[in-house]
Design a protein around this ligand. Structure first.
Ligand SMILES: NC(=O)C[C@H](N)C(=O)O
Length: 331
């Protein structure tokens, strides 16, 4: 029986990192090791799939820009159209992995598995997690049951939806969580599924990378005690078409900030209330603030950085806040 043909697109991150000694699990340089060397270090992968590597970028993921997202999205979409590619694995830094995963989940119209993977320790460290994570990602990508579930993230033996997974701690190998749980597990090269996403994605998405030429500027400003409106005004003055309010609690907005946000909305800037809570927000429309009256949007359960991705894509289609709200409820 023919093995699945899996393309591994490498973008850098700690999974391609290298430290000075085996004791350096947290002090190292990301984005050092080329993809062919990563693959060569895991000969067991050849039993799962015929893999080919391609170095798309070699960067730490905190340096990802919208241009990187568009370039990667176009490459993934082009590969997904090829008959000789059954699935795509993307190695990625963990810092913004959740943003890239959500972006691809929205813009790549394919049923084929697309799986993102990273690591918390560089490959040079004792108990490095990258090799097993990459092996598990190829196993998940090779599984026919992974088709049609949207873009997936495999970390620490768990399979997550790229839509709602997030990095929740910056030091443990158990770093990624979704407020709604993982979709399944991957153990010894075999997947075990428990649930599937119900939100719109990939083939059912209204967004398509082929029609996204560029992304508008969307800024994020953080809510806290003693808040001021300085950051919001500065973002708008620098061309932000939408501002994600990483709000306290249920996306609440301090009384000192509300007037500026109302004013910015009147000038055409979209105001999107999200939540800075780390366990996963759940921002309700018209709770805490009268969104209908102010013509604001809520990000619902999407964290601020995921809300930035969806807001930017939404703005390529509409400037109507109600239509943007529909996107936030459906995706
Ligand atoms: N663990 C990691 O991958 C962190 C690294 N700073 C990155 O995102 O590229």
């Amino acid at each position: 029986q023919q093995k699945p043909q899996v393309m591994i697109l490498a973008t850098g991150g700690t999974i391609a990192g290298a430290g000075a000694s085996a004791a350096n699990s947290a002090t190292y340089q990301a984005a050092k090791v080329p993809v062919d060397k990563l693959i060569a270090g895991i000969p067991e992968i050849a039993k799962l799939a015929d893999v080919r590597g391609e170095q798309v970028f070699q960067i730490a993921s905190e340096s990802f820009t919208d241009e990187h997202l568009l370039t990667l999205g176009r490459r993934v979409a082009a590969l997904a159209k090829q008959d000789n590619v059954d699935a795509i694995v993307i190695t990625h830094g963990t810092d913004t992995l959740e943003e890239t995963a959500f972006f691809l989940n929205l813009v790549v119209p394919t049923d084929k598995p697309v799986v993102l993977v990273g690591s918390m320790r560089p490959g040079t460290a004792l108990s490095a997690d990258g090799a097993l994570n990459l092996y598990n990602a190829v196993a998940t990508a090779s599984d026919r049951a992974s088709r049609g579930k949207g873009v997936l993230v495999v970390m620490n033996d768990e399979i997550f939806s790229g839509r709602d997974v997030a990095k929740t701690i910056n030091i443990r190998t158990e770093a990624f969580k979704s407020p709604w749980g993982s979709l399944g597990m991957v153990v010894e090269g075999k997947t075990y599924w428990f649930r599937a996403p119900v939100k719109r994605h990939t083939v059912n998405s209204e967004f398509n990378i082929d029609s996204v030429k560029s992304l508008p500027s969307v800024g994020i400003a953080y809510g806290s005690g003693n808040a001021t409106d300085v950051a919001y005004k500065a973002l708008a003055a620098n061309g932000a078409k939408a501002i994600i309010h990483a709000g306290t609690g249920n996306g609440s907005v301090s009384a000192q900030v509300v007037p500026a946000l109302r004013e910015l909305r009147q000038q055409g800037v979209q105001i999107i209330r999200s939540a800075r809570v780390t366990g996963g927000g759940f921002v309700l429309r018209n709770a805490e603030q009268p969104d209908d009256q102010y013509d604001w949007v809520v990000s619902h359960d999407l964290n601020p950085q995921k809300a930035r991705i969806l807001a930017a894509l939404a703005l390529t289609r509409t400037t109507d806040a109600r239509e943007i709200q529909r996107f936030f409820m459906e995706y």
